[in-house]
Design a protein around this ligand. Structure first.
Ligand code: GTP
Length: 347
């Protein structure tokens, strides 16, 4: 991808990275002239402080761009610039105070809120100890204005974070059941494939489909069907491991992803899910069963192929009478018919 489109895609998807790069660029443009001017005046301490700040910002922006570790890079930026700001009035006199408001605001865009508040307090205390305030009134005005700027920035950052989380929720969750949606599934399956390629980790995937679900809708209405879907999602999320993931693929079809799990692990997990649902998933007319098709990730699989194999196993589970789990075997031995294992105890 060319540089500008790549830049737009990455910055559009990661606001903290965008702020770190912007902050780095603005620091270079705004601080370098001061560093040169102070060096020309023979004020070597101030020139060195300015240069150190520029180097830190540029280094951190490169680090954030290359590693994606934007919280760490933004936090380092906030701490370094705030520490500099705290002593700046001691070096520059009252002129050092003018930079403080910019840094107080920038900290909330670069670092987590608790760190931005801590850095703000550091600046406040440092400036109070080092700035040559002409009188107590000037010092009081400084404290009040600094506190107000921090308060506004804190409220703004909190609201922005709340809205961001709501947007992420809307974009990645299924509104009916609250589980992750198909879009998240595609992203997470691609991640699992990457770590499978890098670390040769096994992974299993299962497509779970409620049996005769249409009857519930037809006999008792859509709301009754919705309640069964919600109960299903709650029961499954309750009985899988934290790292396993449940997605709503569409309608009454769900996908379960088991990262770092081999065949035996997947078999045990699916037995548990099936047992939990058999015992506790109730529709208006009694227990609701599920059919499950599972597949282990095989070398050379992309995620649609992996999912298609699990779906094929589900199809066989349905055709064989429902209420059962079937595994697809990705590597039948030469000349052998593709083997579909029916789990013990399943229908
Ligand atoms: N209540 C409700 N129903 C839904 C939702 N999404 C899809 N459905 C219904 O799910 C039903 C799926 O029907 P089918 O594909 O025939 O599946 P089934 O009746 O479970 O039959 P088998 O899968 O073969 O056991 C359809 O009636 C859809 O309208 C939803 O969000 N809420």
């Amino acid at each position: 991808m060319r540089l500008v489109p790549q830049l737009i895609v990455r910055l559009g998807g990661d606001i903290r990275l965008a702020m770190i790069l912007l902050f780095g660029a603005l620091t270079v443009v705004s601080v370098i002239p001061f560093a040169i001017f102070r060096a020309l005046q023979g004020d070597w301490v101030a020139a060195a402080v300015d240069t150190l700040m520029v180097l830190t910002m540029v280094g951190n922006a490169s680090f954030a761009w290359m590693t994606g570790r934007t919280v760490l890079a933004g936090s380092i930026n906030a701490v370094v610039v705030s520490a500099t700001c705290a002593v700046l009035p001691g070096v520059l006199g009252m002129a050092g105070l003018f930079w403080i408001y910019t840094v107080l605001l920038a900290n909330f865009m670069l670092a987590p809120r608790w760190l931005a508040v801590s850095c703000g307090l550091l600046i406040l205390v440092g400036a109070l100890m080092t700035a040559p305030f002409p009188n107590a009134m000037a010092a009081t005005a400084f404290v009040v204005s600094t506190a107000l700027v921090m308060l506004y920035a804190f409220i703004f950052a909190s609201l922005t974070e709340y809205q961001r989380q709501r947007l992420v929720g809307l974009a990645t969750r299924d509104p009916l059941t609250g589980v992750a949606n198909r879009r998240s599934m595609e992203v997470e399956l691609a991640d699992v494939l990457r770590s499978h390629q890098e670390q040769a980790q096994p992974a299993a995937l299962a497509v779970v489909d409620l049996d005769h679900f249409k009857r519930i809708n037809d006999l008792h209405g859509h709301d009754a069907g919705d309640r069964v879907l919600q109960a299903f999602a709650q029961l499954v999320e309750h009985c899988i491991r934290k790292r396993d993931r449940l997605f709503r693929f569409g309608g009454e079809e769900f996908v379960l992803l088991f990262p770092a799990t081999d065949r035996e692990g997947a078999r045990a997990a699916l037995e548990k899910v099936q047992r939990e649902l058999r015992e506790n998933l109730m529709g208006p007319d009694g227990p609701v069963t599920v059919s499950i098709g599972a597949a282990l990730l095989a070398p050379g699989d992309d995620w649609p192929a992996w999912l298609a194999r699990a779906d094929q196993a589900l199809y066989l589970a349905k055709r064989s009478g429902r209420d059962q789990v079937r595994f697809d075997d990705p590597r039948p031995s030469p000349g052998e018919r593709r083997l579909h294992l029916v789990m013990p105890g399943s229908g």
